[in-house]
Ligand binder design. Sequence first.
Ligand code: HEC
Length: 94
Amino acid sequence: MKVLFAILGLTALLAASDGAALFKKCAACHGANGEKKALGKSHVIKNMSHDEIVSALKGYQDGTYGAAMKALMKGQVATLKDADIEAIADYIKK
Ligand code: HEC
């Protein structure tokens, strides 16, 4: 039984920081590879560096980053953990 719980726990951990899965809901606006200007407004995020993406997403969370549509992005990233943000940035840069 313990082993089963260990496996379940590990799966949950991996799933929590799976950049590809996390990016699915972003792709609707940013494009499958982050190649679009979301709603015609955002930067093309695949042209941003890994660190720029991470600091933008953390900035949307704490309200220190963004332009006219930052409230929309705040909603998108509100529940992401730091590990999720790293995983998303890794995925976009692949
Ligand atoms: C409903 C459409 C939509 C969705 C879904 C969405 N975004 Fe955005 N995103 C935008 C818009 C619009 C902006 C520009 C916001 C602003 O004015 O600061 C933006 C900005 C950004 C930026 C900063 C780019 C810049 O212009 O400085 C990053 C990085 C980003 N989004 C990543 C993501 C990630 C990662 C997700 C998924 C967790 C996501 N977005 C989901 C519309 C969306």
